[in-house]
Ligand binder design. Structure first.
Ligand code: ADP
Length: 392
């Protein structure tokens, strides 16, 4: 008998990703892209085969919320009689209080909306489909899973900026992101590397967005992203760590306004800005252009420096885990980061790295290095089930 299905929803400004899980088994996954322009829907079943999907052209959804409502009847059909237990949503910001996922109530939604100024590019888009589903399908429970929650174990000393303390009280502090990815890695480490799971590990989530997290016995104690998902490593189009005086200079000298600064730092910088070619690491790795090579060199330098910094926060290092699009697939980048981390005790097994083995360091390496595919959606599905079970 079916134990029921959880629908996982990850809404952005112009896209809506969704998946259905029965227990840990993925039933289907898909996404609506181009919302507001020319929406297109694609979906695959759990084995990866393309599924026939409804045509959205007749009534194209203008927002991710409308896209979710348009999808719900089709998703219900795909359940084939199994009960829909709940919708589990990825929500970027849980603020300073939430250290775990929460069952959605109107009060929680209002509270999360007050955090929108802290994440204006994500939070409103995450919340509007929740509100829409609450109105259209009030009987279906919803659970909000926060990207910040996993980092609430970070000590105060690592959460504050050296700004006047009343600003910290207002919420201007480091939150950290990619928490669902780090939590997933922390959840599988005890099985894959039991000794390491109890030790000091830096997880490198290197994708289009990129950050590092220091795990001590599976708990986050430091991370490179801060108040926003802009800080830390350079990313596809985001600059990462930047001297704030650069922003003051550009505003003063070039007359850049808020929208101009935002566009520069979030969309025109990082790998795209450095290379002048592409934000996609595949394009850069394939290119012979000196600027593409240089962009990758900068990325490797910054990742390796970040690992050193987090090793200092941990008081030493027992392991490194690579994950996400670049971390899981780009062997040359892993090799270069490991080479630059040799001083920490990393002894890379070049053949294992090229073969994308699960462990890519030599047996005697003081720092063990692993490649572990992340699964944020599965984490959301598990959380959603657990929150429902706890609510009885
Ligand atoms: P996000 O979830 O942040 O959008 P992903 O974790 O899916 O990003 O990572 C996407 C990035 O992974 C792409 O920009 C691409 O550069 C990189 N990537 C994917 N496959 C490969 C590969 N085989 N080699 C190098 N880079 C890859």
């Amino acid at each position: 008998m079916s134990t029921g299905v959880v629908a996982v929803v990850n809404a952005g400004s112009s896209s809506l990703k969704f998946s259905l899980y029965e227990g840990d088994a993925l039933l289907l996954a898909g996404q609506v892209d181009g919302i507001g322009v020319r929406p297109g829907l694609k979906a695959r079943d759990g084995a990866g085969a393309a599924l026939a999907v409804p045509d959205l052209a007749a009534a194209p959804p203008a927002t991710p919320a409308e896209a979710l409502l348009a999808l719900l009847p089709w998703l219900r059909e795909r359940l084939e009689g199994r009960p829909l237990l709940a919708l589990g949503h990825r929500v970027v910001h849980g603020g300073p209080k939430h250290d775990r996922p929460c069952r959605v109530t109107p009060e929680l939604l209002d509270e999360l909306a007050t955090l929108s100024p802290l994440a204006p590019l994500h939070q409103p888009h995450n919340l509007s489909p929740i509100r829409a589903a609450m109105e259209r399908a009030p009987g279906v429970p919803q659970v909000a899973c926060f990207d910040t929650a996993f980092h609430r174990t970070i000590p105060e000393v690592a959460q504050v900026f050296a700004l006047p303390h009343e600003m910290t009280a207002r919420g201007i502090r480091r939150y950290g992101f990619h928490g669902l990815s780090y939590e997933y890695i922390a959840s599988v480490l005890p099985r894959l590397a039991p000794k390491l799971a109890q030790g000091r590990v830096v997880v490198a989530h290197l994708g289009n967005g990129a950050s590092l997290c220091a795990l001590q016995s599976g708990r986050s104690v430091a991370t490179t992203m801060g108040f926003s998902a802009l800080d830390g490593l350079p990313m596809g189009t985001r600059c990462g760590e930047l001297d704030p005086a650069v922003v003051l200079h550009l505003m003063r000298e070039d007359g850049l306004d808020i929208a101009g600064v935002e566009a520069l730092l979030y969309r025109r910088s990082g790998m795209l800005g450095l290379s002048g070619l592409s934000s996609d690491f595949r394009d850069l790795l394939d290119s012979d252009e000196p600027r593409a090579r240089f962009a990758i060199e900068v990325f490797i330098y910054r990742v390796a420096r970040g690992i050193g910094s987090l090793a200092a926060a941990l008081g030493g290092l027992d392991g490194i885990v690579f994950t996400a699009g670049v971390g899981e697939n780009a062997a040359p980048i892993r090799a270069a980061v490991c080479e630059a981390s040799r001083w920490l005790g990393v002894d890379l097994d070049i053949a294992a790295n090229a073969a994308k083995a699960e462990r890519i360091s030599h047996d005697g390496s003081r720092v063990a290095v692993h490649v572990i595919p992340t699964d944020e959606n599965l984490m959301i599905a598990r959380h959603t089930r657990r929150v429902l079970a706890e609510a009885g």
